[in-house]
Design a protein around this ligand. Structure first.
Ligand code: PMV
Length: 327
């Protein structure tokens, strides 16, 4: 019998309202709902071929063993047991953004792995089901499956914790201008960070206000109200980092240039430029602005010391299967 293979592609995403902390560590059920936009052009492309005697992983053309392979095999185990797939898979994935550039890649990787694995098994699922399955690999991967601006409903179990698009990619001309910072920083990964979030005295307060911030953020996107959007997005990012810094043990993701950029962004906004910042679990600063101001924001970021590169991403589309069949 021939082996079935498929190739999936998924964009990374940047959260406006963050996921930080889990109610269920096995299912990646978050303690609060979150919002994000997909990042056009920053993607993972993953091929999956079932019918192998063991799971294997090639990442950016390098054969992987140890933790990266274990994490992928663990996700394949979840797909095997939930979908009744038999046998192992050969997985090969490339990111089109440089490894080590500090742009969170697990969301794109697990979204692409999920859609490719399901297609290669010849199974057809709804987008909602695909988002829930992607969540099992990496929580934020659920948000990389649907197109455009996406909400991930926290839910209470596997079926109710899923993501969907609430506005199309062209609903608002927001662009993410990402300032990449010079010093490579091996930070604690988000997997461990989610588990320690509950040890911060500030986590309950962050979670208590999350639904209202999410509502405000969504409305600001519908209304193209940049002022409200900027205030709520920066506040939500600051709250997440306050939780990180006050967890036990504490997590400090910022480097000195991170704060320099955050202050500069606030100054530029005070001077009338529509730009705000948000950060993931790393030192790089995602600067969100309106499309007409991208060149100005990029040039200003490049002038700041500590910024080694700037990447620009518009609002991206959904994860997709670009080929599937027998091999
Ligand atoms: O999906 P994970 O487990 O890598 O967690 C992502 C967490 C943040 O990027 C910090 C926030 C978010 O909502 O994307």
């Amino acid at each position: 019998m021939q082996n079935r293979t498929a190739i999936g592609v998924a964009n990374a995403n940047i959260a406006f309202i963050k996921y930080w902390g889990r109610a269920d560590d096995d299912l990646n059920i978050p303690v609060n709902g979150s919002l994000s936009m997909n990042l056009e052009g920053l993607y993972a492309e993953t091929s999956v071929t079932w019918g192998q005697s063991a799971d294997t992983l090639v990442l950016n053309e390098v054969e992987q063993t140890g933790k990266p392979l274990q994490r992928v095999a663990h996700h394949l185990d979840a797909l095997r047991s939930r979908l009744g797939i038999e046998g192992h898979a050969a997985v090969s994935s490339v990111n089109n953004f440089p490894a080590g550039a500090g742009i969170a890649s697990s969301a794109a990787a697990f979204a692409a792995l999920t859609v490719a694995s399901v297609a290669a098994a010849g199974i057809s699922l709804s987008e909602r089901e695909l988002t829930a399955l992607a969540r099992l690999g990496s929580g934020s991967a659920s948000r990389s499956v649907p197109a455009g601006f996406v909400e991930w409903y926290a839910g209470t179990d596997h079926e109710t914790s899923y993501a969907e698009s609430f506005a199309a990619s062209d609903a608002w001309n927001i662009v993410d201008v990402i300032a990449i910072i010079s010093e490579a920083h091996k930070a604690t990964g988000s997997q461990e960070g989610h588990s320690t979030a509950r040890t911060s005295d500030l986590q309950d307060a962050r979670v208590a206000g999350a639904a209202e911030r999410l509502r405000l953020c969504k409305q600001a996107i519908f209304d193209h109200d940049f002022g409200t959007f900027a205030a709520v997005v920066e506040h939500d990012s600051n709250l997440m980092h306050a939780v990180m810094m006050t967890s036990r043990p504490p997590l400090f993701y910022w480097l000195p240039p991170t704060l320099t950029i955050m202050q500069a962004v606030r100054d530029w906004r005070a001077d009338g430029l529509q730009v705000c910042y948000t950060l993931d679990a790393g030192p790089n600063v995602h600067c969100l602005c309106i499309r007409k101001d991208v060149d100005q924001v990029s040039a200003a970021l490049k002038n700041l010391s500590g910024v080694v590169d700037v990447r620009v991403a518009r609002v991206g589309g959904a994860a997709k299967v670009i080929s599937s069949g027998e091999c």
